[in-house]
Design a protein around this ligand. Structure first.
Ligand code: NAD
Length: 349
């Protein structure tokens, strides 16, 4: 695997050796919840000023639609943690063969082992998706193990230049974290752009070459962010990279619609994942170090639904994955080229 410190310096990126670990077994045995729950539940205790207030009930974490992806193969990048992990597991439960890709070897393998243990089918490809060789290797893994693939979730992404396998330590990582342009280091710019923008481009390029060869259409979903739809104080590299993801999405939708390939992106706000925990840890450590900014970046941080929730809860991975899988499935046949705001109303006000 590529030396992660080399990567974080943004220099001398050697090609990552993409190790694939194959694993297949019988169809999934796990059972889906029989029905979704209610839309909402009353505040507890009630709001004395507005007694009718309700909290929206998120889709259950273990909800899935049995058989929806039977006979299909899906590539998922960033599958070791957070939304990618949830998507890989749910896709397998819905019948897909999953090609799971991540640069965190142990956590990535554990997700695939978990899928196989419950009767699903998956292979793990270890590597950095900003490397051409890794993107080619993930497509090759789909071809070698399953004869090709039908859909791809390009989800791997970073907020800063700290390797996700390293602990947060602001004092040592100052030069790698989100910063205003005048304060930003080359490493912060280079790594975030390389992973989010270049990585999405290289993932799509490898995927589209194979989808064209197969000549049976397909669906690609790119994971952007609300930071791909508007500005965010103090995060120039992330905002620029996620605008690039949304731009790539629209461009590919135009070029590949004639071949039956749809390309969409999802743009979430705060979603509870390891990335979210790490970002807030970093901000806490930065504030404790005495760092000060004007505060304009924090003027608006809640989505409509987060603000309305009694505990100010962000979105769950399950809520995001529900939309991603709908877009990956043939059911979303009329949708292409859209940057969907899956943001609990964040960009509405
Ligand atoms: N969590 C949020 O609030 C939020 C909000 C908006 C957008 N997003 C986007 O959603 C996506 C998933 O985020 P998450 O919150 O699940 O993050 P996460 O850090 O919890 O998980 C991301 C996974 O991607 C992997 N990854 C990152 N860069 C990689 C690379 N170059 N090669 C291979 N694997 C790589 C990580 O190792 C990790 O397993 C990201 O693109 C992120 O930018 C997240």
């Amino acid at each position: 695997m590529v030396d992660r410190r080399e990567l974080l310096k943004g220099v001398g990126l050697a090609a990552a050796a993409a190790a694939t670990v194959a694993a297949t077994s019988e169809p999934v045995a796990a059972e889906a919840p029989e029905a979704l729950g209610p839309y909402a539940s009353p505040w507890d205790p009630p709001d004395p000023d507005f007694p009718g207030r309700q909290n929206i009930v998120p889709v259950p974490d273990d909800f899935f639609e049995p058989g929806r992806f039977a006979g299909k193969t899906a590539i998922v990048t960033g599958s070791a943690r957070g939304m990618g992990r949830h998507a890989a597991i749910r896709l397998a439960r819905e019948g897909a063969n999953v090609v799971a890709v991540d640069w965190l070897a142990d956590e990535g393998k554990a997700v695939v082992d978990g899928i196989v243990a419950e009767g699903g089918t998956a292979v793990f490809v270890e590597g950095d998706i900003s490397e051409t060789e890794v993107c080619d290797a993930m497509v090759k893994a789909a071809v070698d193990n399953y004869g090709g693939f039908d859909c791809a979730l390009n989800n791997a992404g970073v907020m800063d230049a700290i390797f996700p396998g390293d602990p947060i330590d602001y004092a040592k990582q100052k030069g790698l974290v989100m910063s205003r342009i005048d304060e930003a280091s080359d490493a912060y710019w280079d790594v975030v752009i390389r992973v989010n923008a270049t990585g999405t481009f290289k993932s799509m390029r490898a995927e589209l070459r194979q989808l064209l060869k197969q000549a049976r259409g397909g669906s690609i979903v790119n994971v952007a962010s609300v930071a791909g739809l508007r500005g965010f104080g103090g995060t120039p590299s992330y905002v620029a990279s996620k605008h690039a993801v949304n731009g790539l999405t629209k461009n590919a939708a135009i070029d590949y619609a004639p071949f039956g390939i749809r390309v969409n992106s999802v743009c979430m706000g705060t979603t509870i994942t390891p990335m979210y925990d790490r970002a807030f840890d970093l901000l806490r450590q930065r504030a404790a170090s005495g760092y000060r900014d004007t505060g304009i970046g924090m003027l608006k941080i809640d989505s409509l639904l987060q603000w309305s929730n009694q505990k100010k809860m962000g979105s769950t991975a399950a809520e995001q994955v529900a939309v991603m899988l709908f877009l990956l499935s043939p059911e979303s046949s009329n949708l292409t080229g859209a940057n969907f705001a899956t943001d609990g109303g964040f960009t509405t006000y």
